[in-house]
Ligand binder design. Sequence first.
Ligand code: HEC
Ligand code: HEC
Length: 380
Amino acid sequence: MRRGIAVALLLVGCGGGSGAVALPQLGDPNPGLSAGMLAAFDRGREIFVRRFARADGHGPDFNVDSCKSCHEIPVVGGSAPLYRNFFLVGRIQPNGAFTPAMENNQFVARTFSYERPKRETIPADTVLAQRNAPPIFGLGVFERLSADEIAANADPTDADGDGISGRTNIDGPLIGRFGYKSQEGSLIDFVRGPFFNHMGLTSDFPFVPPPGQLPAAPQVAPPATPLVDDDGVPDPELPDADLVDLVMFLRELAPPAPLPMDATARRGEEVFLAVGCAKCHIPNLKQSGAPALAYTDLLIHDMGPALADEVTQLLASGSEFRTQPLWGVRHHAPFLHDGRAATLDEAIRLHGGEAEAVRDAYVALPQADKDAIIAFLETR
Ligand code: HEC
Ligand code: HEC
């Protein structure tokens, strides 16, 4: 893995006035934000890096004290090494449902506690699944995609007979797009979870304006699924306005910029397309007309028994996972939902299920072509 953060230059202009415009660096906001939106981004970033204290409502049970604990490599918004993995703990019910098995009806095991002398024990007869933090750059692009733009690539019955189906996951009225099983449809749905699960911070469900619009003050909080705990700090512990600012930060955190390709990387891109990687890692999802070079379809695919983890989330079965976006893949390791792959080559070889034929085609390539695919990925 290359750890350096390169300054990528996009050459623009034609005719007489050609010049180079610097693309945003990893961790920067999207270019061209209004002053108001930039201020909301900065406030949201402060919440993301803030180390919460007990007086803020942190705990009583927790894993870490900030969002960035798991999203800071190589910069804030990035991913985390294996030691930050957390455990989902549940039981499979006779009807197939995955239900929480930790105390207080929790899915996530919490290692630390202000009240408990020892760590919470993981009950017997439970299903345990690890999760490794993914990078969170560019997620605003996914939030802006319409339901139709995502559903257009689904092929649930494999009508074209290529062995690759791809289904949408459904989160209430929304099409899922966030999380390893596309189990969440919006960023506000997602972020209340880690605050509660890893930090014991409770929140209500604030009104969040549509993408591109600034938060209006004061916030309106519809009484939808508030979270509560009993640590003596009044719930909700997080002000609605802070949550909304955090969503503004996530929406406007710019996508990772690719590096220019040399001849080997260009060859790698050709082979990537030729062996069928792009059937799932679709290079360019439309986003209201603008390109989004994310290399994902945001659909869930059956990845076979080796990657399966028995965790069902909404429509996603234990073996289904969202096609992981490959933009910015050069900035992070380890790979896959539990971080079990240390290298890109290993991550590809662990593909199974719907991806088996494409994986086999990759394995059968001459070494120079495999190396070219890796060289291509190292520019993304
Ligand atoms: C203990 C480590 C950990 C902490 C702390 C953590 N995250 Fe994450 N984050 C993860 C993991 C693991 C996933 C993938 C989880 C899944 O889908 O099951 C994730 C996924 C996400 C996603 C969705 C990414 C995608 O590609 O769809 C967002 C957004 C996110 N985190 C934001 C946050 C915010 C905001 C906080 C602080 C409130 C936070 N995270 C704290 C580990 C962590
Ligand atoms: C059937 C759909 C499908 C095909 C085809 C496919 N992938 Fe994937 N890919 C996925 C899914 C789903 C994941 C996430 C699996 C997980 O998290 O366990 C993934 C994960 C990855 C990752 C890990 C990314 C990360 O950040 O963790 C890499 C690298 C990758 N794929 C590359 C490739 C390459 C190269 C090819 C072609 C040889 C390919 N994939 C073909 C669906 C597919």
